[in-house]
Design a protein around this ligand. Sequence first.
Ligand code: HMG
Ligand code: MG
Length: 298
Amino acid sequence: DLPSRVRIHEVGPRDGLQNEKAQVPTEVKAEFIRRLADAGLTTIEATSFVHPKWVPQLADAEELFPLVSDLPVALPVLVPNTRGLDRALALGATRVAVFASATESFAKANLNRTVDEALAMFDPVVARAKADGVHVRGYLSMCFGDPWEGPVPVHQVVRVCKALLDMGCDELSLGDTIGVATPGHVAELLTALNADHIPTTALGVHFHDTYGQALANTLAALQHGVTTVDASAGGLGGCPYAKSATGNLATEDLVWMLHGLGIDTGVDLGRLTATSVWMAGHLGRPSPSRTVRALSHK
Ligand code: HMG
Ligand code: MG
């Protein structure tokens, strides 16, 4: 059975823009977020309060967040540690996300920590956020394959998922950071998580479209009861600390499939496509999304 409604967690302004070589002006980022909200997206990951040297593309978080914080949408932000949480709370953020890894190689590359050291770094972040009534998402990267380690054993993923939920995360997002998963693999992981009593209602999926599998993987996840799907407008994105990570599943491609299946998203596909075309103009190259290309072809 498929759900009647899916909540799209839009990550374009964060996962998309964190990987851009060119520096996007803060005002353009703010306009991007406003247009996404206007297109009907209700959860828009705005930016990251990480170390500015690690992700210079998002070093303007302090300037950007106040420009959009009055929008009537949820604006989660990434925070790796208590320093990041302090910065986010000082601006009134009410939703944050920590980001763990299922593999040691990526934990080291992305957070300069082992998997367990990273979890220890998140523990006080989640505790304080929860005490302040702040919603916490827990990302888990490299759930399927890792560029250094190859296929990732399911038990490694289950262990870190449990740790994040035990810590107090309200929801998890299962990341296929380098886009290598296929639908059978997705079904296998979700079945294992269910068997370990991790509720599907707490799970979202985060697919990158490197091998063109993101939509097929999303359908497999929906068939397993998942109703939160991450996507990036126009298919922007990648991760600067994961070699061969390309863009996320394009929000337009996702919306095309969901609406075709009769699943409600609240998104106006025309407005969204126009936003991605506008953003592509700023970035100087066309969107890789097939749906954006099809709908904007004249
Ligand atoms: P570190 O170098 O180990 O930092 O980096 P540290 O804890 O040793 O601190 C060193 C200095 O950095 C200190 O300053 C801190 O104050 C400062 P000093 O005392 O030396 O002057 N510092 C900060 N400054 C501002 N904001 C902060 C902050 N933290 C420390 N938050 C650290 C550790 C976690 C900070 C670093 O590795 C980092 O920022 N990593 C973030 C990497 C990142 O953002 N990656 C992309 C997001 S993850 C992703 O894209 C995957 C996802 O999409 C899902 C998927 O696809 O799988 C979510
Ligand atoms: Mg990602």
